[in-house]
Design a binder for this molecule. Sequence first.
Ligand SMILES: Nc1ncnc2c1ncn2[C@@H]1O[C@H](COP(=O)(O)OP(=O)(O)OP(=O)(O)O)[C@@H](O)[C@H]1O
Length: 255
Amino acid sequence: MAERERVIEVRDLKTAFGKTVIHEDLDLDVYRGEILGIVGASGGGKSVLLNTMLGLQRPVSGSVIVDGQDIFNSPDRQWLASNMGVMFQNGALFSSLTLQENVEAPFLEHTEIRGKFLSRLAQMKISLVGLANDAAYKRSAELSGGMRKRAGVARALALDPKLLFLDEPTAGLDPLAAAEFDDLIVSLRDALELTVVMVTHDLDSLFQISDRVAVLADKRIVASDAVEKLRDSEDEWTRSYFQSRRARRFNSGGD
Ligand SMILES: Nc1ncnc2c1ncn2[C@@H]1O[C@H](COP(=O)(O)OP(=O)(O)OP(=O)(O)O)[C@@H](O)[C@H]1O
């Protein structure tokens, strides 16, 4: 089998808020083209890890290499902004703006594109995520939860990044909308050749669309593998998570 290409390498990472250490001795690889799920206990540091990989949270020590570039050591901010798209928890749209204006925001911040071409580009992104044209003029409060998530993805993909980060993307969606959102992520990954890093508690998403899952426990990544292998992990926390009553129904060999 061909050697997989690492697109993100997190090495020996330590993060802390004051004296509270969140991560220590944390290593993580993300391979090009995969959908990587990140799971762990609530409050265990998944969002902080995501923010650190995005260059938004400076670690105490260790490194994050993205496409060969050490993002905390002379980072190219413009390159990072256009190569890494993120949808934070709740979609995080500007509520006073229309959907179209939300999708235009990254262009206004990072490019010189204005006028008709800007509107056209924003509309292309909106249709890319399966939203109808008339949704473009609605404010975020007028959109359903599922539409808001799609809008968040349209904004995250505005500058054509190759890396997409999602924090709890299906939280708050009904099962049908969540499954549709999962399908959207897979089709976008395939069509745009994205690499996707997704923090989630949603076992359906993990089993349906992730290629690998990394488990964050005790401040570090204790296991990373195809999800169906994690119930037999050497790590105890990982085993108990994937052998839990809720996870058991996904294991075909389970009882
Ligand atoms: N800006 C901050 N200042 C101080 N502490 C913070 C800050 N951001 C996060 N923390 C703390 O870091 C720890 C990890 O938080 P984080 O949000 O990464 O957890 P999580 O695994 O994403 O949790 P959840 O699954 O509940 O969303 C928590 O104890 C949180 O209180």
